[in-house]
Write a protein that binds this ligand. Structure first.
Ligand code: 5GP
Length: 182
């Protein structure tokens, strides 16, 4: 197997974004936030599981007074006609009148983020700001505003840096792209 490739379960992936590139983008976002968020007393909301690594790396570099908490989207089969309902769980902080910064691992179709923003709006925050480490612009079909984006990537399946394949690969410090079988 070539040096830049790894096998995770039954699939082969190859490095597409090195660790140094990711860390440079995280630092850039942190620098921008440190300028933009002065006197805003923001609360960061990391979306589990995927965003834990981005949230951790970013949060360490935030120098304005701030808080962080983590939320999860729980899927359950609803009795509505829409089928699967995704509900944001874990909100036990007061978000009313707060500047909320959603931290996502990746925005693909944008459906997840759209769901999150709709539900958060119900808590009447002062402002909802979105930061995502990765964005697949060609796949995004929902109208979502992304205030901070680490890197734009093609519409391929990736893993590493918090992102998984069947639960594996989240520990990898770089990002890997699926190698299509011949
Ligand atoms: P969306 O709702 O924007 O289509 O998808 C968002 C979620 O799907 C992400 O939070 C992530 O969990 C998952 N996802 C989307 N694209 C990828 C990908 O390329 N790799 C992995 N591992 N997960 C992805």
């Amino acid at each position: 197997m070539p040096k830049n490739q790894i096998k995770v379960l039954d699939l082969t992936f190859e490095t597409s974004i090195p660790e140094a590139t990711i860390q440079a983008e995280v630092k850039r976002i942190a620098d921008e936030m440190n300028r933009d968020l002065v006197d805003k007393n923001p609360i960061f909301l990391g979306i589990l599981n995927g965003a834990f690594m981005f949230a951790s790396d970013l949060f360490k570099q935030i120098t304005v007074p701030c808080q962080i908490t983590f939320l999860k989207l729980a899927s359950y089969e609803g009795t509505t006609t829409t089928g699967t309902v995704k509900q944001l769980i874990g909100i036990n902080q007061e978000l009313k009148d707060r500047v909320v910064i959603v931290l996502e691992d990746i925005v693909d179709t944008g459906i997840t983020l759209d769901t999150i923003i709709r539900q958060l709006s119900g808590y009447q925050p002062k402002e909802i700001i979105v930061a995502t480490m990765l964005h697949k612009p060609d796949a995004t079909k929902m109208k979502v505003t992304l205030d901070y984006v680490g890197l734009e990537i093609p519409n391929d399946f990736v893993l590493g840096y918090g992102l998984d394949y069947n639960g594996y690969g989240r520990n990898l410090p770089e990002i890997y792209t699926l190698v299509e079988e011949e």
